[in-house]
Design a protein around this ligand. Sequence first.
Ligand SMILES: CC(C)(COP(=O)(O)OP(=O)(O)OC[C@H]1O[C@@H](n2cnc3c(N)ncnc32)[C@H](O)[C@@H]1OP(=O)(O)O)[C@@H](O)C(=O)NCCC(=O)NCCS
Length: 179
Amino acid sequence: MNWTPSRATVEDIPALEALIPLSVRALQAPWYSAAQMEAALGPVFGVDRQLIADGTYYVIRHEGRIVGAGGWSRRKSLFGGDQGRTAPDPELDPAQDPARIRAFFVHPDWARQGIGRCLLTACENAIRAAGFRTVDLVATLAGEPLYAAAGYSVTKRFDIPLSNGLPLPGVQMSKSLGH
Ligand SMILES: CC(C)(COP(=O)(O)OP(=O)(O)OC[C@H]1O[C@@H](n2cnc3c(N)ncnc32)[C@H](O)[C@@H]1OP(=O)(O)O)[C@@H](O)C(=O)NCCC(=O)NCCS
């Protein structure tokens, strides 16, 4: 398939809010328990409206329906929805800070069809064009193989604390885009 990412708009938010739990519950099930996924939906796995406002969040549609979404950020947050954020997310300096890859979710019926890879390439091209030289991200265990296949290296393994007291294992990864 030849996928074409387009910029997400605020009109896409209801469809994104439907896609994210579908993607998480199906595609993360080999790695996380139901209790971990349910607690993470919202605060960790949710829409970040700031990315949409910045024009750095993309969707891929098939026959008019969103089958995948993902983006990048010129701001500090490494992961998470915007729920509970009280202050503006500070902007990074492309000359010295790494950009972020953020919030990739593919519909389970469309997994392993190159949507994640296509979104990642679009993000990296936009990140380069914005003048950043490196990229950081926090991956789920489900996302780690996609980023590893695209040349990202693990810099840290850590647990994201969830509201129900459970830990959600995550992986910080980074890549130099070169110039
Ligand atoms: C992670 C995710 C976005 C990957 O999307 P995808 O469209 O299925 O990925 P792609 O088809 O583009 O995969 C590209 C490459 O990544 C690797 N890869 C992706 N998913 C993989 C998996 N489950 N197991 C092993 N390798 C995988 C493979 O090398 C793959 O190439 P191949 O299919 O030719 O072998 C998707 O699994 C997802 O939405 N997961 C649930 C939400 C989530 O955890 N998101 C990550 C947030 S960091």
